[in-house]
Design a binder for this molecule. Sequence first.
Ligand SMILES: [Zn+2]
Length: 403
Amino acid sequence: MDRPSPATQDEVRRHNLSSLLRLVHVRGPASRADLTALTGLNRSTVKALTEDLVSAGLLRESAPVGTGGAGRPSITVEPESELVYVLALDIGVEHLTVVRVGLGGVVLDRRELAQAPKDYELRRTLKRLEKLVGSLLADTPRKARCVGIGVGVPGGVSNDDGTVRFAPNLGWTDVPFREHLTSLLGTALPIDIGNDGDLGARAEHLRGAARGLTDVIYLAGEVGVGGGIILGGRPVAGHGGYGGEVGHMSIDPKGLTCRCGRRGCWETEIGDQAVLALTGAPPGATLEHVLAAYAAGERWAQPGMRRVARSLSLGVVNLVNIFNPQLILFGGAVRNLYVALQPLIHEALKEALQAPGEQVRLGVAGLGDDSVAIGAAELAFSRLLDDPLGTLGRLPSTLRLPA
Ligand SMILES: [Zn+2]
């Protein structure tokens, strides 16, 4: 029988450094005693590993606070959030956001522009990103180090080459976006691109309203509706990573034409443009305006919003029956819809099969509008977390836009 070859000392050390850094990154400041207990490593190993991560500039040690309890107080280690960061780019249909996120998941700084259809053209998107990133970097301390760039897009992305295969609401097909960003930013830093729904789910699972749960569906949307699915604690995105496109689940074959070319997709009924159209909202009205009118009992808003509630519920019930999630989270504009229509949606949950219907909870995203950016940041941090010292050794030293 073949035995796996024993791990080399280097591999063991890399694995231990990775576990330790990941723990501090996800949980925040921890004492050496906590880390010893959580990793199952012995005290002297934890001491040596934390010292390595401190000398590499990834963690910092602080003096023990308080001497309550028995035994010597333990030194606390925390991530060097101000000095080690990633750039997270959230390419939305209604906003373009660039966030500087420090190790430990701390939002350090952000820039945002509103987006309209005229902005989706690729060159224009790149120009606007250049402006946002330039402004953010101008305010970044010189000694801070960028360790990666993560990007969320509202569409399907090829994991292999960073091509956006489809992003119907931006009108993008087969855009080699990683290539464009690499030349725009003039950097050898790794750029990782993911689907916005998957990234939102990842962030909510790690740091938001779904922490500690194993089976979660995250829904978010503006014009389109995206989703991310986590089952058994792991993201589920299918063979090529294109799964989870819940917004293109057809709920009415005779319905309106979707940006994807098909009819009656979920987002043609619950996306925010759809809500404006279905309620017959006055010209210039926003989703907030319609929701306020509905809540105030204004008659014009009632039938349309009941139809939206019906469509939202249909999709939710399908997801409950197929995936048996513990929690469905509503983010983006869908969060506002859910909040407004909560009683109707909870009532409709009775249509789900009994057992999964009883087990599911519904709630709102815990990270507000930052779920996608924080998920993109996690994607960008993953290399460093997998191999802290090796990754640092391979990184270019600075990030600055070409003059
Ligand atoms: Zn569609």
